[in-house]
Write a protein that binds this ligand. Sequence first.
Ligand code: HEM
Length: 442
Amino acid sequence: MESGREDRRAERLAPGLGAAIFDPTMKNSLQGIYALLRANDPVSAVPTPSGTTMWVVTRYEDSLAVLRDHQRFGNDPGKIYSQEQLDEMYAGLMEHLTEDQVQRLQEVDQAVSRHLLGVDPPDHTRLRKLVSRSFTPKYVEGLRSRVQAITDALIDDLAVGEDRGERVVDLIDRFAFPLPLTVIAEMLGIPLEMREQFRIWSNAAVAFDPTHPGSDMSINDLLYDFIEYIRMLIDEKRKRPADDLLSMLVIAEEEGDRLSEPELVGMAFLLIVAGHETTVNLIGNAMLLFFAHPDQWELLRANPELVRSAVEEVLRHTGPVEHSLSRWVKDPTEIAGQPVAAGDQVVVALASANRDAAQFPDPDRFDITREPGRHLAFGMGIHACLGAPLARMEGQIALSSLVARFPDIRLAVPVWELTPRSGSLIHGVAALPVDLGTRREV
Ligand code: HEM
């Protein structure tokens, strides 16, 4: 298309287009929309029912500026609005629900909202300090042999299935999901028999969006059960503390001023959900990218040492987290010259910032030899991903092991038959049927 005409079309299309990020029907078209937004409406206004505005930020530099500035952009709406105002805003978003449903939702929200991503300093600083030691690169390195053993067992199990004539397997179900879940469950000291139940619960936690009419309200009951289970686990650790992260947090709570009961429940909830919902899709998205770029798979197979930059490139190109959680504007200010009002929300489109040509040359090209730039797949600033060293290690071990054992692995269905994960936050597929090809013994 002639470029002048394209620009004019973009101008007409862009206003309000930022809302596409929350539209489930747009999930596969978002990169095209981000390109339009970066060019024409980089701080895009989405009106909310309560009369405030949500701003969707798509350029790299602006995204970095918002994420790094927790003084101007906070995570805790309770610092700006009273509980009454928040309840009113919440109810306004969900006029399609009954009073009972709204009340139950508010209960769930209050039970888990005091977690790292829902609070600002000084609470954030205190809470993060409690867990940061268990996620440092050095500590995580100590888990490497255990993560490799879990991975090997899962791969052996895939191979056994193959011996039984089972050539096509769902790689999400049989590999990408159980790997990070087993790791985080072992770290926290959670019995593995609960694995399937956890999958149902934490899928519910990231997919649930009660503001969309037609959302499945029974998911709320699942979240209720999840929280009940977390409380029960905490009681169990109180009675029988063990050498695990959850017991350590329970002890911190009992010692008094370091962690309250709601904070303890919120922390356990966040670590379980964030600890695997994301890494599942790092592995799934990586394999999808390699299926579409067999030359890059071949390159990794021939040069296993490229696995580190390969994982970084997957995170940059098609990371598992589409956007940040909401930031709340504390005082009137501006983002890239766009005035924003106190009480407005700001959402950073991480997946867009990572494809900004001003930061990454030829950004749509998937190239595992690319010099790792500073992508935003793990966020940035004080809320930058706590689990990044663990996720990186899991991703590297998963890819190295798959490429060594199943070099001929391929997608077993046409790509258009894959179903995207529901909810706006996570970018990934619900299932990934693969043909394992010829197995290599290593
Ligand atoms: C590839 C995998 C992962 C990705 C892409 C990812 C991405 C992110 C992003 C983008 C944020 C910041 C959100 C925002 O600023 O609004 C975040 C925060 C967080 N992530 Fe991850 N994550 C991953 C894996 C993990 C793992 C394995 C854990 C481990 C338990 C984890 C725990 C957390 C926690 C606790 C926070 C909140 C940090 C804070 O507020 O201080 N994540 N993650």
